[in-house]
Write a protein that binds this ligand. Structure first.
Ligand SMILES: [Zn+2]
Length: 361
């Protein structure tokens, strides 16, 4: 199998970076830009965005994001893009807003700029959109032709976002190295569609090292709503390193266990990265990783406030039967569980969840 590495064409990060949105948009689409923006962005940051386009003399159309990355919403947007004859799509906001913009650009065959307002997952850099029904249930993964043309991250915006989101982003990023390591060992295909590479594994390792070095200090800066060098590093870690690390390095048990846990409705109030962090503890138990490594991950999670046991994910009174259902779902056909370098059974996952819960309680 070939080695395949995906990454966004350009990754730009810094305080005030959004002031240059119009400059990047002008370079990609002279006819003007179509922006899909979340309500929070429209309320707090829209003036700045509009101003940068006015200064550049570039037409800007705005679409207030409807709340779901559904095919109906995507079609509405694509029609408007054609009507207004725009040349570039911009997504500004949280995960679903960005996924909708990526999908709309894909169907409209236009370049896309992604401007995340939070650093809660590693999705912004990827060539993937998650499609939901209009009611909000998972529908499908849409594999895109390309990664975003530009990912533009304004750290002063991220510093104003809820701290829990940044911490959840660190949970998602934390699993990256351990999952990439498993994929590298098994030689199975990554999300990018080839085998892992030395480069992807190196980025994944650097992602973990940055979390251990900067995680707590970044959280403290975010609590003070200010950009420090540790926060700057963690924004890159959560967004770029984790993004390239997962897409080209591969996912494995931690994300499969996350997906399995989502069959239990009690976990729905926990964020993606919070469930992934526990999924990672279970992966390490499944691998029978050295106790020192398990403890290193566990104490990091405790230090920054990521959940380390089932109760913290809303599963205080969960039954063994429910956990077995989640374990079975994590081993379903097509799940990234099968990227592990050894055969995994639902029974082994159930045992790993139980052990991780005990060690993390
Ligand atoms: Zn993830």
């Amino acid at each position: 199998m070939e080695r395949v590495i995906f990454s966004p064409m350009k990754y730009v990060q810094g305080p005030g970076a959004w002031k240059r949105l119009a400059e990047y948009a002008a370079a990609l689409g002279e006819r003007g830009a179509y922006a899909v923006a979340g309500p929070h962005v429209l309320k707090h940051y829209w003036k700045e965005v509009e101003q940068s386009f006015a200064e550049k003399g570039l037409p800007l159309c705005a679409h207030s994001f409807g709340g779901e990355c559904s095919m109906a919403e995507i079609k509405r947007i694509v029609n408007e893009i054609h009507e207004k004859n725009c040349g570039v799509v911009i997504g500004i906001g949280g995960g679903k807003t960005l996924d909708t913009a990526k999908a709309a650009a894909f169907y409209a065959k236009l370049p896309v700029i992604i401007a995340p307002s939070i650093a809660s997952t590693d999705a912004p850099c990827s060539a993937l959109s998650v499609i939901y029904t209009e009611e909000g249930a998972f529908e499908s993964y849409l594999i895109l032709r390309n990664n975003p043309d530009v990912v533009l991250v304004d750290t002063s915006v991220i510093a104003q976002s809820p701290v829990r989101m940044l911490v959840a982003g660190m949970g998602d990023a934390l699993a990256t190295y351990y999952e990439a390591r498993a994929c590298f060992a098994s030689g199975k295909a990554t999300t990018a569609g080839g085998r892992s590479s030395l480069s992807a594994l190196a980025i994944a390792r650097a992602c973990r090292d940055s979390l251990f070095k900067n995680g707590l200090r970044a959280k403290l800066a975010a609590e003070a709503k200010t950009v420090s060098s540790a926060l700057d590093d963690i924004v890159e870690t959560n967004t770029y390193m984790s993004g390239v690390g997962f897409e080209s390095g591969g996912l494995a048990a931690a994300h499969a266990i996350h997906n399995g846990l989502t069959v239990l409705p009690q976990t729905h109030s926990a964020m993606h990265g919070e469930k992934v962090a526990f999924g990672l503890l279970a992966q390490l138990a499944l691998e029978n990783a050295p106790q020192a490594e398990f403890n290193e991950v566990l104490s990091f999670c405790r230090e920054i406030g990521l959940p380390t046991n089932l109760a913290a994910l809303g599963l205080k009174d969960v039954s063994d039967d429910e956990l077995k259902k989640a374990a079975a779902a994590s081993c379903a056909e097509g799940e990234t569980m099968h990227n592990m370098p050894f055969a995994v059974t639902p029974q082994a996952v159930f045992a790993a969840i139980k052990v991780a819960d005990k060690l993390g309680s």
